[in-house]
Design a protein around this ligand. Structure first.
Ligand code: PDD
Length: 276
């Protein structure tokens, strides 16, 4: 398949320099965009968040976002991708290895490629399990950076326990999961952690909040505790291409009846209607 390297679509090959700051320091940003039936879902929202991440880290996106959008759509078309994701990352660039930003104007390195990936239909329909683990990340989780070691360790721990996700708690507060946002349902109210520097403001999360408003469901961006999570009627996670997955057990604790709940099912149905 083809990849995008800076402004050129080319054959996929090795292009990363050993002194790329993304490679050496995780000094860069990324986005994962869902492709459904050949269409890039919420691409503008992803590109907006990319610009925000770039600004927070003082990385210059090498050319206009309109051009980038064109190139990404072209890449999807050329690769004939129907179901999957675009992975896009921009590192600060290549420079002699010193921690501080390079002095001269360094050119950022942009790469993007496509990856086939199916929706987790079985987990969406039947629910999945999660584990709880401490949130050991830094205090700027709102930036979508390449630094993902705490997330990698969390997901690995979940995988070793045959769970789909590791839900993070910072002290007593549930923040999000290793690669998704978390919602709980208590009675007729949904709660999800507010979009501040403790979580990544997921594009799927925002879409789900919009959908709840349209469906007249009471959704609150408020913090909630570990015991709120474990005693919730329903729990679900949201992320690009994972969409909405009901969580029916966390470690040894069954959530609600141990089956996907009615609010989750309703929201998932509404979500499926808009991605099709
Ligand atoms: N992860 N929180 C974290 C820490 C994430 O890494 C992600 C997404 C999300 C959900 O964001 P969105 O709805 O915009 O995909 C929340 C991507 C998919 C990844 O790293 O592969």
């Amino acid at each position: 398949t083809k990849m995008l390297f800076n402004d050129s679509i080319m054959d996929r090959k090795k292009v990363i320099d050993i002194e790329d700051r993304g490679y050496q320091f995780g000094d860069g940003i990324y986005e994962v965009v869902g492709i459904y039936n050949g269409r890039a879902f919420l691409l503008d929202e992803h590109l907006e968040r990319l610009q925000r991440s770039a600004k927070e880290l003082k990385i210059n996106i090498p050319y206009s976002v309109n051009r980038l959008k064109e190139q990404l759509l072209e890449l999807v078309k050329i690769n004939g991708l129907k179901e999957g994701v675009i992975y896009l990352q921009i590192s600060r660039g290549v420079a002699e290895r010193w921690h501080q930003f390079p002095v001269e104007e360094v050119a950022p390195v942009l790469v993007a490629y496509t990856k086939e990936e199916e929706t987790l239909k079985e987990e969406e329909d039947n629910g999945a399990t999660a584990i709880l683990t401490q949130d050991i990340r830094w205090l700027r989780c709102d930036i979508k950076t390449l630094n993902l070691l705490p997330n990698v360790l969390g997901k690995q721990k979940a995988t070793e326990k045959q769970a789909v996700e590791a839900i993070f708690h910072r002290g007593d507060i549930i923040t999000e999961a290793s690669a998704s946002n978390v919602f709980i349902v208590k009675g007729s109210v949904l709660y999800t952690h507010p979009a501040n520097h403790f979580i990544l403001n997921g594009i799927t999360r925002r879409k789900v909040i919009d959908l709840c408003n349209e469906l007249d469901l009471d959704v609150r961006e408020e913090t909630y505790s570990v015991s709120d999570l474990l005693s919730a009627d329903e729990v679900f996670i949201t992320a690009t291409k994972l969409d909405i997955v009901p969580i029916i057990r966390i470690d040894e604790v069954l959530i609600g009846e141990g089956i996907p709940g009615k609010y989750t099912t309703r929201i998932l149905q509404a979500y499926r209607d808009i991605i099709r």
